[in-house]
Every structure is written in structure tokens, then in C-alpha cells.
Design a protein around this ligand. Structure first.
Ligand code: XMP
Length: 319
């Protein structure tokens, strides 16, 4: 892709000019954006970059390992992996409100990140994989008054507190452009093509109380759902697909017995930039197959529903 090859060169030159001999810390979220930003910055300034991956224990199945393997194994980029699951889960205990969940996670993220940054001797620069739609959506909502729909989780406040300057090489790009840039930089296709995943992770896919038990159920169900999507050859046709574990139990029947278990909602949307979205019109046979597998294989779920809401009026995530 010619334009991305040119963008890459330009971005590398800009990063070198901004950073000089300085040190940069990049927070990895596990997602495509921060990974592309990190690889780009590493190409520009090499070991002046250290990546910090704050693992909040709210990642999907096997996700944390994938990130660590990619960065340490494949790219050999210095990476600090902080396993902070206990800290996050105890702070979230009993919390129901979506905005409070986001704020708690955001605040802890900053605290953990700051502590790690100090341990490695600090840095003058903080790198983030902020995209153009992130810049827009946090400021205004199309057509309406200027309001924030959901407070997006990033390391807000940290740069000022630590007296750091921001390095945001993706600020002008949309998601599809970040993916082209990622391919241009040699990131594996399977990684670059991954659906977006929100910073607060599974916390906002578990409405109501967050418990380890619920997170485990959600992780298993979500992995099966995505496995079925891949097997049906639909993964790349969908912008984002995930499961949501509802805080509702319903009655079911299994063999001779009555069951009383959670309801799982499946979500899948198409979109260009996440700002508007349409629900994905699955074939009913697909949905039936996914539901049967989830109910048979995941203990704790006895009913599956499909979300047919587009954005607007719905948001993509449930919280
Ligand atoms: P919504 O639910 O607002 O989501 O329609 C739009 C896109 O943003 C992602 N999203 C988030 N990403 N932190 C993030 O980094 C967040 O707090 C957050 N909330 C939503 C969502 O997954 C979708 O791609």
C-alpha cells in the first residue's frame, strides 16, 4: 500500500524529531491500536521505547499471553507485563454503575502504570494509540449537544501528573488505516485483523456485579462464540462480535432436571469507524448452532439471546 508506506516514513521522521534522545513509555492494551503505535515507535527509536502492559484481569481467553508472546517473542521489544488482576477485581467488587466501573478502571490503570513507569526510571514521553474517532467521540456526539456518551478509558491525567509529553502517531487515522499501517509494519494478519476491544475489557460486558465466576463464564462463552464465527468464515465481515453475560437468571430444563442459570447475549455489528453501526444479520442456523454449543459447553448459562439493536440508538457495548 503506497500511501501507508509513505505515512510510515513520515510518522517515523516525526517521532524522531519529537522524541530526540528522550525515553518513551507506551501502554499496551492488547488491542491493535496500541500495538501498531508501539511497533511504529520502536522502529523509529528502538530501545528508547519500553512498553508496559497493565493486565487488569479483564482480558478475554488467552489474550494476555498472545500480547506478551507477540512483543517479547516476535519483536523483541522491551515489555513489562504487570499482572494486576487482584487489584482491579477487588476495587470493582460490588460496583454496578457503568461509568463508575470505567472510572475505577481508568484510575487504577493510571496508578499501576505510574508505579511501573517509576520503577523503570521514568520517561519524558508517553505513547498512546489514540485514533481520530477517539479524538472526536470524546468531544461531541453527531448532531446533538457536546456531551460524552461514555468516558473512554485511557491514561488521561497521567501525562500532566508525571510531566510527560504525549506521542500519538495514529491521531489522524481511522481504524482501517491503522490496520493497513500494521500490515505495512509486518504485524501478523490475524493480529491486525482483530476486532476492537475496549480498554475496560470484560468489565463492561458483565452488567451489574463483576465476579471471578461470572468473568470465567463470560470468557468461555465468548471464546466459543468467536470460534463459531471463525469457522463460518464470518470474522472479517464483522466489525466487532462479543458475548455479554446478563445479571439475570432464567429457568431451563436439562435432562430430567430444572436449571436456573444466567442469560448470555450475543452481539455482532458492522461499522466503518465504530461511531455508527448495524447489527449483523446472521443466518438463524448460525445463531442456533452457537447457542447450542455455548449452553452445552459452558456451565452457568442456559439461555442465549441475540441483540438486534443498531447504533444509534444503541451503543456497541452494553455499558
Ligand atoms: P460504543 O459502545 O460507545 O463503542 O458504541 C464504540 C467503540 O468504542 C469501544 N469502546 C471503548 N474503547 N474504552 C475503549 O478503549 C472504552 O471505555 C470504550 N467503550 C467503548 C467499543 O468497543 C466500540 O468499538
Amino acid at each position: 500500500d503506497w500511501s501507508m508506506a509513505a505515512y510510515r516514513e513520515e510518522a517515523i521522521a516525526k517521532i524522531r524529531e519529537q522524541v530526540g534522545e528522550g525515553r518513551v513509555i507506551c501502554g499496551l492494551s492488547g488491542g491493535v491500536d496500541s500495538a501498531v503505535a508501539a511497533v511504529l515507535i520502536h522502529e523509529a527509536i528502538g530501545d528508547q521505547l519500553t512498553c508496559v502492559f497493565v493486565d487488569h484481569g479483564l482480558m478475554r481467553k488467552a489474550e494476555a499471553e498472545e500480547v506478551v508472546n507477540l512483543f517479547r517473542g516476535h519483536y523483541n521489544i522491551p515489555l513489562v507485563h504487570v499482572d494486576a488482576g487482584d487489584t482491579f477485581l477487588s476495587a470493582l467488587e460490588g460496583e454496578h454503575d457503568p461509568e463508575t466501573k470505567r472510572k475505577t478502571i481508568g484510575r487504577l490503570f493510571v496508578e499501576v502504570f505510574e508505579a511501573e513507569a517509576k520503577k523503570i526510571g521514568g520517561a519524558e514521553f508517553l505513547a498512546q494509540g489514540t485514533l481520530y474517532p477517539d479524538v472526536i467521540e470524546s468531544v461531541s456526539f453527531s448532531g446533538g449537544p457536546s456531551v460524552t456518551i461514555k468516558s473512554h478509558h485511557n491514561v488521561g491525567g497521567l501525562p500532566e501528573r508525571m510531566n510527560m509529553q504525549l506521542v500519538e502517531p495514529l491521531r489522524e487515522l481511522f481504524k482501517d488505516e491503522v490496520r493497513s499501517l500494521g500490515r505495512e509494519l509486518g504485524l501478523p494478519d490475524a493480529f491486525v485483523g482483530r476486532h476492537p476491544f475496549p480498554g475496560p475489557g470484560l468489565a463492561i460486558r458483565c452488567p451489574g456485579d463483576i465476579t471471578r465466576e461470572k468473568l470465567d463464564i463470560l470468557r468461555e462463552a465468548d471464546a466459543i462464540y468467536l470460534d463459531e464465527i471463525r469457522k463460518a468464515g464470518l470474522y472479517d465481515k464483522i466489525w466487532q462480535a462479543f458475548a455479554v453475560l446478563l445479571p439475570v437468571k432464567t429457568v431451563g430444563v436439562m435432562g430430567d432436571g430444572r436449571t436456573y442459570e444466567y442469560v448470555l447475549a450475543l452481539r455482532a455489528v458492522t461499522s466503518v469507524d465504530g461511531m455508527t453501526a448495524d447489527f449483523y444479520p446472521y443466518d438463524m442456523n448460525f445463531l442456533g448452532r452457537a447457542a447450542t454449543r455455548i449452553i452445552n459447553e459452558v456451565r452457568g448459562v442456559n439461555r442465549v439471546v441475540y441483540d438486534v439493536t443498531s447504533k444509534p440508538p444503541g451503543t456497541i457495548e452494553w455499558e
